[in-house]
Structure formats: C-alpha cells, structure tokens
Design a protein around this ligand. Structure first.
Ligand SMILES: [Zn+2]
Length: 353
C-alpha cells in the first residue's frame, strides 16, 4: 500500500487547494479519480466501463444507466458549487478544531447559516468508515454523560438532555494515547457495555475499567480485564479520577471542543455525529499533513450514500426558523472537461487506509 503524497495526491496548502480546484470541473475530475481509480463502475449493475457523455456524466456500457460521479455521494443534488464544497472540506479537515457553521458561512460567504450547517453535517456523516479497525493493545473503557451543556447559563444549569456515551481509548507504553472511540449507549448495563466493547476493541486486548458491575464478564469475551476499584484508589490516597487517565483526557477534550468551537449549540439528536467528528480528528492528530485529512474526508465522501438534508433536519428543532432545503438539482453548469495539468492524474490512487 502506498501512502498518499502531499502535492501529488492532495494539496499541501490552501494556496495549492485553490490552484488545483479553480472550477467545478476540476473538483469533478478529482472526485472521479478518487471514486473510480480504475475507470467508471456502474452503481446499478456493477459493470466496469462506460462512456463519458457531453454533460460530464457517464453511461454504463452494461446496462445503459447514466450516472454522475457525485451520484450517491454527499455531493449529490446540492446547489452549492463543488469549489465551495472543497473549500468547506478543507476548513473542516485541516482546522485543528474543525469549523463551526457560523464561521463557515462567514468565511466562504455561504448564503445562509442553514446551508453551512447542513454542509458540515453532510461531511460529518461520512467519517465512520464501514469495517474500520477495532482498538487493540491496552484500552481504557468507561462511560459518561456528555452534552446538554451551554456556556453562560447561570449556575452551570444544564439545558437539554445529556447522553450516556461509551468511551474507549488506547493507552501507549510508556506514555501517551492511541486512537479512541465514542458512541452513545442505551444505558450502563452489561447488555449495552459488552456490545460496545466487542464492536470497538479487538479480542485479546487488555481492557482497563473501573469497578462498575456492567463490565463484569469481559474476561469471558476474550479480553484480559483489569478492574480498578475507586474505593481502593481512595483508600490508598490516589485520586479516583486518575484511575482512567486516558478516558478522562479524551472526555475533557471532547467537552471543551463542544463548548468552544460549537458553543455548546449541539442538540442530543446530533451529538453522535459531532462525537464522530471529534474522534475522527483526534485519531488523526499526528497526521504529517493536514491536507492528508482533507484527502481522507473526500475519499470517504465518494464512498458513501448521500445524506439528504431532510434526514439531517428531521429532529433538528432548536432553531426558530426551520432551514429551507435546497431546491435545485444536479451539478452546477460547469461542463468543460479539465485540462491535462493535474498532479493527481499522473499517479495511481493509493489504496484506502
Ligand atoms: Zn450499469
């Protein structure tokens, strides 16, 4: 497996981003290279091969079906130009803390807050790669309530519901953390915690938890279970909060991010997707290049089903004025094919990782 190279597979800087992607045709060409590295594949019949039509779409040489490279992706049926999408993706992927909808609207001069908000939600919706690797090695696991907090309310009054969230964090020797996972849990019973662990941690890993009974029985699921009792910590004058230092670190970073970047304006229905964004960025915090993260987001984006705006707003009731869904369909009318001078076209696409 080759690793994507800066300046060839993805832009190194915002200057390079704008130089590469001047028009929607440039963006379409890049998405095409990401989605179909070995040429067009029909999503209807899985046939390989087809013709490019005058409007930039492809016609399947198997079933005759027509499709654009954005069909079935988060860029499907959007009236926002792809150049704006690429800039939004760059800010989302390369910012240390991502970007809030209001900042995105102002920075890219997007017409409405609702459009900017929906773009970020579409980007968030692709971040969990199906079949991603489970955590391994030594893993701290805990559960805690997240969300429902708003800054500036007197007495730290909680508004909205907090969501019980499972957290798993790899612990590195001698120090430091690896990857993490954060997902909502139905409750703190073994019936909810055991599947959380099984879904996200490789068998054979050493799992560190507190003494909560919901974790009993992990040793029977193929894990080495290291239980740390809070009572014992108190008795030996240790801080019980330090029992699971990796979990506590990750939870406090996530809460700070929700309150800082997003000003606590995250409702329960959307908290899971914000947690996905937090985890995605946390797990790539050591990426050599931020542009690589941009590449990974677009790579995931062309592999996913589209997220319809109405699905996103289905349970979004916190705004007085409901967002108006986009009406226009199809691509912006940028049909000329891209010039030959494209760095990514000179190389094979690295396999995903
Ligand atoms: Zn076909």
């Amino acid at each position: 497996m080759t690793t994507p190279r800066a300046g060839t597979h993805y832009p190194r800087s915002v200057g390079e981003l704008h130089a590469w992607f001047r028009t929607d045709a440039d963006c379409l060409d890049y998405l095409e290279w990401l989605r179909w590295p070995a040429g067009f594949v029909c999503s209807e019949c899985d046939h390989h091969g087809g013709w490019r039509l005058g409007d930039g779409r492809f016609m399947c040489s198997g079933c005759g079906g027509r499709a654009s490279v954005t069909a079935g992706t988060i860029f499907d049926r959007t009236r926002t130009p792809l150049t704006v999408w690429f800039s939004a993706c760059w800010l989302f992927a390369t910012g240390k803390d991502g970007i809030a909808a209001l900042s995105l609207k102002r920075t890219l001069e997007i017409g409405s807050y609702q459009t900017a908000w929906a773009m970020l939600h579409r980007l968030r919706s692709v971040l969990v790669r199906p079949g991603r690797d489970r955590l391994a090695g030594v893993v701290e696991v805990d559960e805690t309530y997240i969300g429902g907090e708003e800054p500036g309310l007197s007495g730290g009054r909680a508004k909205g519901k907090k969501i019980l969230t499972g957290i798993a964090v790899e612990v590195r020797e001698p120090r430091g953390f690896g990857r993490c996972r954060m997902l909502p849990l139905a409750d703190a019973s073994a019936a909810a915690l055991h599947p959380f662990v099984k879904d996200h941690v490789e068998p054979g890993a050493r799992i560190i938890t507190d003494g909560w009974q919901g974790y009993s029985g992990l040793d029977k699921l193929g894990y080495v279970h290291d239980r740390r009792s809070q009572r014992a910590a108190r008795a030996s004058d240790e801080d019980p909060g330090k029992l699971l230092p990796a979990v506590h670190r990750v939870v406090s970073l996530a809460k700070r991010w929700l309150l800082g970047t997003h000003q606590g304006a995250v409702d329960d229905a959307h908290l899971p997707s914000y947690l996905n964004e937090f985890v995605f960025r946390f797990n790539r915090r050591h990426s050599r290049s931020r542009g690589m993260v941009f590449y990974r987001v677009l790579e995931l984006a062309v592999a996913h089903d589209p997220v319809r705006y109405r699905d996103i707003i289905a349970s979004h009731r916190s705004r007085a004025v409901p967002p108006t869904p986009p009406r226009a369909r199809g691509h912006p009318p940028s049909l000329e094919r891209p010039p030959a001078n494209r760095p990514w076209r000179s190389v094979d696409r690295p396999s995903s990782g």
